[in-house]
Structure formats: structure tokens, C-alpha cells
Design a protein around this ligand. Structure first.
Ligand SMILES: Nc1nc2c(ncn2[C@@H]2O[C@H](COP(=O)(O)OP(=O)(O)OP(=O)(O)O)[C@@H](O)[C@H]2O)c(=O)[nH]1
Ligand SMILES: [Mg+2]
Length: 212
């Protein structure tokens, strides 16, 4: 990509944690891979949790997104509560061709969010995936919009396969997070902390001033 900009070693302004949740097979990992690498293969079910980092510029800010991809299968979900810790954004995914993945968002996933999310102001986004399979669709766009409204979420329909609306999911979520002062503050605190960490520790303790 040519020469570097000659900037200091912090190459982003804000850092956010995003969490992907929803039933097994809805396409959470596919969405993430589609967003990160623009290629999608058939993926194996996620075991436990996985995460990927993506840097992008949204609204003039350079962002580092750490995106946590959780397992939908109950037996692979361990230490669930810890995934939620410190997340500024949560993406709730369903499959527009499987109604139970949609109803489970209210019955299972939204409850888990209420239980474990430590961040009161956390931004939620409802995503209906697999819109490329239009002929098999069973959940309408209107139903999605209504559920999102009910749970106070942003809403988008997308396809991890064709990449339709995939970038928009993450960008719109990031933009919304940046509109919330407490989340913006958290995002910049992480960056500041990392910059401090990178400073060499060559300071000796102050001489004198000690008692006796
Ligand atoms: N047609 C179509 N298939 C998709 C799409 N997204 C995912 N799939 C397929 O759906 C299956 C499940 O996708 P995954 O990404 O593994 O689903 P997941 O939500 O991560 O599942 P768990 O890890 O078990 O929770 C795979 O065979 C994908 O290829 C999409 O947008 N369109
Ligand atoms: Mg997965």
C-alpha cells in the first residue's frame, strides 16, 4: 500500500467492541468473513467464540472494530456472559428463510442481552440475513422492522453471500455508537490507554523526598 503516513503508532482514533449473536446457521460467521475479506465459503459451526479485527474509516474517524463472533449452538456456548462485557454494539442476526431464528431473537437472544450486557447505552442492530434466497423467504421486511422497533434496534436486511448491505451493517452500527457520548468516551479511552502502554518505561522513581 505504499509508504506509511509517518504517523505515530496509533493508527486509529476510536476502538469499539461489537458482538454477533443469534441462532446457529443464521450466518454470523459468514457475515463477519464477508465483511473482513469479501470472500465467503461454507463455514463450519463456530465453537465457543472467535474474533476478528477490522479497521475502517467512518464519519471521518479511523475506527478499530473488534468483532466477536459467538456460537449459536447451545453446546458450544460457554462463559457466555463474558462475551458481552464491554461491548458497545450488538448485532442480532436471524435468517429470513427460517422463522424460528426470528422468533428466538425475542425468546432467547434479547433476554440474554438484557441479562449480560454491562453497557446500558449499548447500540443494538437487528439483521435479517440471506436475502439472496428471496424465493424461500418466510420473514417479511415489515416484520423485521416491527421487531427492531419493539426492541429499540437499528435494522437492516443483508446477504453475506452477495455482500449486499454487509458493510452497511457495521458502518451504520459504528456511526450510531459514535452518536452516544458515553460510548464515544469508552472508545477513545481504550485508544488512550494503549498509547500510554506503548510509552517506554524509562522513568526512574523520583529521587529524594522519601522519609527517614
Ligand atoms: N444463501 C446464503 N447462505 C448463507 C448466507 N450466510 C450464510 N450462509 C450459509 O449458512 C450456513 C451457516 O453460516 P454460518 O456463518 O456458519 O452461521 P453461524 O451463524 O456462524 O452459525 P454458528 O457458528 O453455528 O452459530 C453456511 O452454509 C453459509 O454458507 C447468505 O447470506 N446467503
Ligand atoms: Mg459461526
Amino acid at each position: 500500500m505504499g509508504s506509511s503516513s509517518g504517523q505515530s503508532n496509533n493508527s486509529y482514533d476510536l476502538s469499539f467492541k461489537i458482538l454477533l449473536i443469534g441462532d446457529s446457521g443464521v450466518g454470523k460467521s459468514s457475515l463477519l468473513v464477508s465483511f473482513i475479506s469479501s470472500a465467503v465459503d461454507d463455514l463450519a459451526p463456530t465453537i465457543g467464540v472467535d474474533f476478528k479485527i477490522k479497521q475502517l474509516t467512518v464519519g471521518g474517524k479511523r475506527l478499530k472494530l473488534t468483532i466477536w463472533d459467538t456460537a449459536g449452538q447451545e453446546r458450544f456456548r460457554t462463559l457466555t456472559s463474558s462475551y458481552y462485557r464491554g461491548a458497545q454494539g450488538i448485532i442480532l442476526v436471524y435468517d429470513v428463510t427460517r422463522r424460528e431464528t426470528f422468533t428466538n431473537l425475542s425468546d432467547v437472544w434479547a433476554k440474554e442481552v438484557d441479562l449480560y450486557s454491562t453497557n446500558q447505552d449499548c447500540v443494538k442492530m437487528l439483521v435479517g440475513n440471506k436475502v439472496d434466497r428471496e424465493s424461500e423467504r418466510v420473514v417479511s421486511r415489515e416484520e423485521g422492522i416491527a421487531l427492531a422497533k419493539e426492541h429499540g434496534c437499528l435494522f437492516l436486511e443483508c446477504s453475506a453471500k452477495t455482500r449486499e448491505n454487509v458493510e452497511q451493517c457495521f458502518e451504520q452500527l459504528a456511526l450510531k455508537i459514535m452518536e452516544v457520548p458515553s460510548l464515544l468516551e469508552e472508545g477513545s479511552t481504550v485508544v488512550k490507554r494503549n498509547i500510554l502502554k506503548q510509552k517506554p518505561e524509562n522513568q526512574s522513581p523520583p529521587a529524594g523526598g522519601c522519609c527517614s
